[in-house]
Design a protein around this ligand. Structure first.
Ligand code: FDA
Length: 307
């Protein structure tokens, strides 16, 4: 219930203005967000790059303004040029949210998001790296997958996210398990109805394992995005059973979440990528992270009540 309330709050302008104006919130936000500017993201990337890979996320979603979507494209072109200039091209990629690139615009939203993401893919290719398309709520899944298919025609290494909590995902994994595909499998972070999604943790976890089996047995590159130790162990075991070498798949975690486990996996020679969000539009991303762990909520409430 708490998680549903936080996800609802992540889309409320009223809650946003209260949370953003709470001065004591900044240290809690800083745990999950690398900073406001591209320099902050690049600094964090250099710190992580000793033993980890990176995916940059320029924060921003749900835009209904074409000019803002254009600014997001420019922000990605800037970070891609920076990672190229700093020699991070082999270590870092970018993650994009299509709702920040125009997908939700009333007129031609899908077409505009495709063209905007294509321009980011061009900049990524020039920097020697790739793009992974995040997955948002279930009303956008078909549109997102159709955009990813179109992008892969020209940029075959374009990856996408599939969410194990959706009942459709095992079939989507089978569709996307072919040669060259890059699939980031996560549990799913939105509040989805029981008509389309598993709502019990045990059912989501069981679905995650079924999806992992499909991806590991397939011909693509599975990206195991979870902080759940049990699923990480299962992922490693399934990769071994499928005959994958250590560079035939990777683990992924979010910046600020279980950093010691990230370091331990990397120290064992496993590929570990950290998703590094940065920018000023942190509110929705931050609220979803709060809902994932009750202890995060305690820090948040303390900051809110001391404003
Ligand atoms: P689970 O929530 O069961 O957590 C397992 C353990 O990890 C917890 O017990 C806790 O110890 C720790 N943990 C998890 N989250 C934490 C947090 N926020 N703070 C502190 N500790 C935490 N979702 C989506 O819908 N679309 C997307 O595109 C993406 N993209 C994405 C990329 C990457 C790289 C990752 C790692 C995750 C996503 N997600 C996502 C988010 C994902 O769907 C999910 O909500 C979170 O990863 C939490 O689920 P876990 O698999 O970690 O398991």
């Amino acid at each position: 219930m708490l998680r549903s309330a936080l996800i609802a709050a992540s889309r409320s302008a009223g809650c946003r203005s209260v949370v953003e104006r709470t001065p004591l919130m900044r240290p809690i936000v800083d745990r999950f967000v690398a900073g406001s500017a591209v320099d902050d993201a690049v600094r964090v990337a250099h710190e992580l790059a000793a033993d980890r890979l990176i995916s940059f996320d320029h924060l921003g979603e749900d835009t209904l303004d074409r000019a803002q979507a254009e600014q997001t494209v420019e922000a990605y072109r800037t970070v891609l040029a920076r990672l190229d200039a700093e020699g991070l091209g082999g270590k870092a990629e970018v993650s994009v949210k299509l709702s920040g690139l125009g997908q939700a615009l009333a007129v031609d939203g899908e077409k505009i998001a495709l063209e905007n993401t294509r321009r980011i893919c061009e900049a990524a290719a020039a920097a020697g790296t790739t793009v992974t398309v995040d997955m948002e709520d279930h009303t956008t899944t078909d549109s997102t997958l159709s955009i990813v298919r179109a992008l892969r025609a020209d940029f075959p290494a374009t990856g996408t996210v599939l969410q194990a909590y959706l009942k459709r995902t095992e079939a989507d994994c089978a569709d996307f398990a072919g040669p060259g595909s890059r699939i980031r499998l996560c549990k799913g972070a939105y509040d989805e109805p029981a008509s389309v999604a598993y709502r019990d943790k045990s059912e989501v976890d069981a679905s995650y394992v079924r999806c992992l089996k499909v991806l590991m047995a397939g011909q693509g590159y599975p990206m195991v995005a979870t902080h759940d130790s049990r699923l990480i162990e299962i992922g490693e075991r399934l990769a071994g059973q499928a005959g994958r070498s250590r560079d035939g798949y990777e683990f992924q975690m979010l910046y600020g979440v279980r950093p010691q486990v990230q370091a331990q996996l990397a120290a064992r020679g496993l590929r570990m990528r950290v998703y590094v969000p940065y920018g000023t539009e942190w509110y929705s991303y931050f609220m979803r992270r709060l809902g994932e762990r009750p202890a995060n909520m305690a820090f948040f409430l303390r900051a809110l009540t001391r404003r």
